[in-house]
Each structure stands twice: as structure tokens, then as C-alpha cells.
Design a protein around this ligand. Structure first.
Ligand code: 13P
Ligand code: SF4
Length: 310
């Protein structure tokens, strides 16, 4: 439910966008009022593609830091702003660049696949990047003789390992919001909604993924639910995704399980952005994202390789 105050802000933001030749890219997990000012909503892959192709002068990113950094790397001539400077991804912080360099020395024959949820300096050390939407495809495209160091999400890495049967060296990173969803949470939700299809993000643990009818990126969930004949869906990812699904597919029923761990299902960083933040950042053109060109050039190679392979 959008309040009158929010409606006024939405109008002011839309006016500013025109004046400043700006586009606003919004990740699916953001609060639903932020969807109202989005030029594009989507998953990390879709948002990267939009960032790469836009003609706008300013790109305002509503999401977390690695996504805005990726937009800047792919669109270096654009002014890229982030809605909240303190919106970070704790999982991206679980792969330090020095540790990645050490791992490369230990496995000199290995190729490094960096999930897009990494810092720019880690992307700069990678052979190729991937997102949850294309991780399987990217890994399958790499030479069979090379083992793969996959950073930082061990759940996604294990899912890719099981799907591709490739030699993957797991990194001990994980996302709290997904990793702490338990098998018991899913079993209870299935008992409550026995006809529901289970759609899960590959950042969930294997025990949880084993219950899924479909494993996909956040935008993949929208596509699957639209095309499915089912009317009910249990959604195993950050709770904000349920809002996006309900918005696009209002005649179907979507729910998150009841989570037994308080860290499960919530990404506090994705919830920080308010409409007032968006207005202030665009109005003042503040929170500019800067990636030093020597890092950006290397990271861009890994991102472009991903675009080419997907
Ligand atoms: P998607 O690319 O599937 O939207 O996932 C991003 C993310 O951060 C998942 O936690
Ligand atoms: Fe990072 Fe997890 Fe939040 Fe996605 S949901 S941004 S992986 S902490």
C-alpha cells in the first residue's frame, strides 16, 4: 500500500529522472515502493545487462554495493550512484583478494569463477564471472581439464558441482538469508500447502534444494511461476521476492516458509533503501561509485567473458 507521502516522492523522483537523464535499476529484493520508480527490475544478470546497454547519463542503483560496482565496471563513462552507501553484501566480504591469490597459487591449473557477489578486486583476479542465472552454463563452457575455484558461495558452488560433475574447489562463503533456511522449514510449508510448487534460489543448502521443483535466479522465479500450471508456490529466497512475484502475477499465491532461524529469509542490506534516499541521491548526485580503472579493466574482462558465454 503506497501512502500519499510516498506518491508525492514517486512523482518528484520521476520528474528528476527526466531532468537528469537518469535510469533507476532495482533489484527484486527491494521494498515494493521502490519498484514504483524502477526503469528496470530484475536479478543480477538482468541488471548487469541493463547497466551495460543504457544510454542514460546517470545510473542510480537500488541494491547492494557489488551490483552498483558491476554497473560502473560495465558502464565506465556513466555516472553510477548507489541508493545507500552502507548497503553491502556480507557474503561478498567472505572472499578476500589475498586469500583468492593464495588459492590460485595452491591450484595453479585452476580457473577462477567469481560469483557476481564479489568485490571488484576479486573479480579482477577471476577468469570469468557468473550469476545465479548462468553459473551452470558458464562452468560447463570452461575447459574440462581445468579444476575450478568458485568464490565465494559454497552452496551455489555445490549445486553447480552436482549439476555439471565438474571438479570444483569450494570456498567457505555463504549467504545468511539463504543458508539458514532449514529443511524443516520447507517440510512444514509443504505440509501446509501440499499442492504448492517449491521454487528455490541456488544459494540455499543442498538439503533445502533437494525439496525444490525449480532452482533458479530471482528473475527465473518470475518466469517459472508465470509459465507453470500451478497456482501456489513456496518461495525459498529473501522474503522480498514474494512481493515481486505477487506484483507481476496477482492471480497466483506465493508464500515464504515460517523461518526457524531469525537470520533466514531476510537481507537487511536490501531493505535499507527508502524513497527519500532515492530522491536525495538523485537530486544531489551523491554516493557516486568509483572503481579504479586498473582494477575495473581486469574485472571487466571477467564480466565480459560471462556476457559472451551466457
Ligand atoms: P539473483 O541474481 O538471483 O537476483 O541473486 C542475487 C542475490 O544477491 C541473491 O541473494
Ligand atoms: Fe548478499 Fe545474501 Fe543479501 Fe544477496 S541476499 S545481497 S547474497 S547477503
Amino acid at each position: 500500500m503506497i501512502t500519499d507521502e510516498q506518491k508525492q516522492l514517486i512523482e518528484k523522483i520521476n520528474q528528476l529522472k527526466k531532468e537528469k537523464n537518469a535510469v533507476i535499476l532495482v533489484h527484486n529484493y527491494l521494498n515494493p515502493e521502490i519498484y514504483e520508480i524502477a526503469d528496470y527490475m530484475g536479478d543480477s544478470l538482468g541488471l548487469s545487462r541493463e547497466a551495460a546497454k543504457t544510454d542514460a547519463r546517470v545510473v542510480l542503483f537500488c541494491g547492494v554495493d557489488f551490483m552498483a560496482e558491476t554497473a560502473k565496471i560495465l558502464s565506465p563513462s556513466k555516472k553510477v550512484l548507489i541508493s545507500r552507501k552502507d548497503a553491502t553484501c556480507p557474503m561478498a566480504a567472505m572472499a578476500g583478494v589475498e586469500e583468492v591469490k593464495e588459492m590460485k597459487k595452491t591450484h595453479p591449473n585452476a580457473m577462477v569463477v567469481a560469483y557476481v557477489n564479489t568485490t571488484a578486486v576479486v573479480k579482477a583476479e577471476a577468469d570469468v564471472c557468473c550469476t545465479s542465472a548462468n553459473a551452470v552454463k558458464i562452468v560447463q563452457a570452461l575447459p574440462i581439464e581445468n579444476p575450478i575455484i568458485f568464490v565465494p558461495d559454497r552452496n551455489l558452488a555445490r549445486y553447480v558441482q552436482l549439476t555439471t560433475a565438474r571438479d570444483i574447489i569450494l570456498w567457505p562463503g555463504f549467504c545468511h538469508s539463504h543458508h539458514f533456511i532449514t529443511e524443516q522449514d520447507v517440510v512444514k510449508a509443504k505440509q501446509k500447502y501440499p499442492l504448492a510448487k517449491v521454487i528455490a534460489h541456488p544459494e540455499c543448502s543442498k538439503q533445502v534444494l533437494d525439496h525444490a521443483d525449480e532452482i533458479c535466479s530471482t528473475e527465473g522465479m518470475v518466469k517459472y511461476a508465470k509459465e507453470s500450471e500451478a497456482n501456489e508456490f513456496i518461495v525459498l529466497t529473501e522474503v522480498g521476492m514474494v512481493n515481486r512475484l505477487k506484483r507481476d502475477i496477482p492471480d497466483k499465491h506465493f508464500c515464504s516458509p515460517e523461518f526457524s532461524n531469525e537470520q533466514a529469509g531476510i537481507c537487511p542490506n536490501m531493505k535499507k533503501t527508502t524513497l527519500q534516499d532515492v530522491y536525495d541521491v538523485l537530486n544531489e548526485e551523491k554516493n557516486e561509485v568509483v572503481v579504479p580503472e586498473e582494477i575495473a579493466a581486469k574485472a571487466r574482462k571477467a564480466l565480459n567473458k560471462m556476457m559472451e558465454l551466457s
